[in-house]
Design a protein around this ligand. Structure first.
Ligand SMILES: Cc1ncc(COP(=O)(O)O)c(C=O)c1O
Length: 286
């Protein structure tokens, strides 16, 4: 039985109830986080909570939670769901309104919801199978740096990928490859790891930051730089990253193999560093 948290209460997920007048339901007026948990420990919790704080500030929503209160909530949720490897979903909305009005209500009682599902552990063998992607025009708004629950364009772009036999869509904006519908983008050419710089056009991924950190630590050449769409088609390797899917090599793009259609040498090195980093954090936090 999955245990969830809703407005100060832990309860079975299927018993959670939110008002139909909740602004999350009416407008998608809220923000969220997805936090992986390894061996009972929330991974990169500080970074996730910092991003949550930035998202909340950007949508001008105040919640009565500081770092310690969030940490306690998440720790208890993990324990109540039996530790191990999980994925915690956390969402804050601007709460229920007496009427449906775009303007903020006078009195705001945020709805705070969290739950957790077992995290499917991807072995190296599974990760090596990679994913297929297609390119699509980016139809999102100008504040993709906010981790907003309003995800209709992302949903439609991902669905386009599925209908084309792929798992992810790589979004193209003004001729530049930006990111995936729910993952950050890395392109490797001549042993240089490139990723688009942080801006309002992309979500600053926690996994993206860690990959850059590991690249610096292990002396890989890397650049935060704009990536013209055409460079995708000449790439030696393409990776997509996210908290739950880690670093996935893209082996097919628009039904054509990326390079030789096999995971590349730099991916093999980076994924080892990533797994090693995860294992170390688990051990040091015991
Ligand atoms: C649009 C988008 N880009 C990138 C990411 C990857 O972010 P993270 O590594 O923090 O999971 C996500 C995650 O959901 C996303 O939705």
């Amino acid at each position: 039985m999955t245990i969830a948290y809703l407005n100060d209460q832990f309860l079975p997920l299927e018993e959670t109830r939110v008002s139909a007048m909740d602004r999350g339901f009416l407008f998608g007026d809220g923000v969220y986080e997805v936090i992986p948990v390894y061996n009972g420990h929330a991974f990169r919790l500080e970074q996730h909570l910092e991003r949550l704080a930035r998202s909340l500030a950007a949508i001008e929503l105040t919640v009565p939670f500081d770092y310690i209160r969030w940490k306690n909530l998440i720790t208890e949720l993990i324990q109540r769901n039996d530790g191990g490897d999980q994925s915690v979903y956390l969402q804050c909305t601007r709460g229920p309104s007496p009427i449906r009005d775009h303007a903020f209500p006078e009195k705001i009682t945020p709805t705070i919801f969290a739950y957790s599902i077992p995290l499917y552990t991807r072995t190296l063998e599974i990760l090596s199978k990679g994913i297929s992607a297609i390119t699509v025009q980016d139809t999102r708004w100008q504040r993709c740096d906010i981790k907003a629950i309003t995800l209709l364009p992302n949903i439609l772009m991902r669905q386009r990928a599925i209908e084309n036999g792929a798992q992810e869509a790589i979004l193209i904006n003004n001729g530049y490859a930006i990111e995936g519908s729910s993952m950050n983008l890395f392109v490797i050419k001549n042993n240089i790891i490139m990723t688009p710089p942080l801006s309002q056009h992309i979500l600053g991924g926690i996994t993206r930051d860690l990959v850059l950190e590991l690249a610096a630590q292990h002396n890989f050449a890397f650049q935060e730089t704009d990536i013209p769409e055409v460079d995708l088609y000449a790439a030696d390797e393409i990776w997509l990253t996210s908290s739950n899917r880690e670093i996935m090599p893209v082996l097919m793009l628009n039904n054509q193999p990326v390079n030789n259609g096999q995971p590349g040498a730099l991916w093999r090195e980076m994924i080892q560093h990533y797994q090693h980093f995860k294992a170390q954090v688990g051990l040091t936090q015991q």
